[in-house]
Write a protein that binds this ligand. Structure first.
Ligand code: ITT
Length: 298
């Protein structure tokens, strides 16, 4: 029989991907569980040696549950492109290389599709898949799967989400996952669908509470976004979200009146300039000039 979780239980979110961990925290938030991230516990990132999503999800969840002595929830997920016979699949994270740069991974997917002549008018068929695994310290575990189908677009669009989101358009949608607001993506995503199966098995009967994120979670979201940036559009979006957060933060009202307009100036400059080839230190210097209203020849 499936072990169930109860309100107030501690649950380790066994992911080292900040964007993914943030989404899992959001899904868990209404259930009164105390979610602890793998990073907070200093858990090592296990090598993903299995050949299936379920195998890798299990490997990550069991390792975290055994190391922490707590139940642990892991996700193994990826993008599967029909014309690439399901690639990048379980290697989705690895296509981004050691710097985890998803502009590289998305370009690689686009190039592989081009080599097969797969960019037809509708866009190549693809799906995201997520397998969640809940494991207990004794090694027992269960897995739950969710998928979302759609098409790929090129070039990528939008600065929200993470990973391959800017090139994936779900069936019936006109925006990519990178263009959607988080709630719109959560309504249909592979991870939400896997979570629904997990919820039915392990969270049934838990009273849900208000899902309003705590201040700590909001700050964690900004940090997750910063750690995931791969494109200029994502940076621009990040700055807008940061400016909105500073402006709305009642505890920093005074700071907000000077910092938010500076952030807005940086965003406007980014919107007008192609920075993709700029050396990073110069880029930082130019951003500071833009923030202080001193940038010439923008
Ligand atoms: P953990 O194993 O620590 O959780 P990871 O990034 O290595 O982090 P995976 O091995 O499961 O995770 O790799 C899945 C990759 O697939 C992930 O890095 C993303 O690039 C991509 N991916 C998964 N879900 C996605 C989503 O909702 N939107 C965009 N890309 C996604």
């Amino acid at each position: 029989m499936t072990n169930r979780l109860a309100s107030g239980d501690k649950l380790v979110v066994a992911s080292h991907n900040p964007g993914k961990a943030w989404e899992i925290h959001q899904l868990i938030a209404p259930y009164g569980l105390e979610a602890i991230s793998a990073a907070t516990l200093g858990l090592p990132e296990p090598e993903e040696t299995e050949r299936t999503f379920a195998g890798n999800a299990r490997l990550k969840a069991v390792a975290a549950a055994k190391a922490s002595g707590l139940p642990a929830l892991a996700d193994d997920s990826g993008l599967q492109v029909e014309i690439l016979n399901g690639a990048p699949g379980i290697y989705s994270a690895r296509w981004a290389g050691p710097s985890k740069d998803f502009s590289i991974a998305m370009q690689k997917v686009a190039d592989e599709i081009s080599m097969r002549g797969g960019w037809d008018a509708a866009g190549p068929r693809a799906n995201f898949i997520s397998v969640l695994c809940l494991a207990w310290p004794d090694g027992s575990n269960e897995t739950y799967e969710g998928k979302v189908f759609g098409n790929l677009v090129w070039p990528p669009r939008g600065g929200n989400g993470f990973g391959y989101d800017p090139m994936f358009q779900a069936e019936g949608a006109t925006e990519t996952f990178g263009e959607m607001e988080p709630d719109e993506k959560y309504a249909i995503s592979h991870r939400t669908r896997a979570f629904a199966a997990f919820k039915a098995a392990c969270l049934a009967g838990i009273q849900t509470g208000p899902a309003k994120p705590s201040r700590a979670m909001e700050i964690e979201a900004l940090n997750a976004a910063a750690a995931n940036l791969s494109t200029q559009a994502e940076l621009s979006r990040f700055i807008a979200n940061l400016a909105a957060d500073v402006a709305a933060d009642a505890t920093a009202a005074k700071e907000g009146t000077c910092v938010a307009p500076a952030l807005q100036r940086v965003r406007e400059w980014l919107g007008d300039t192609d920075c993709s080839e700029e050396m990073r230190w110069r880029l930082l210097a130019k951003a500071l000039l833009a923030a202080t209203g001193r940038l010439k020849n923008a």
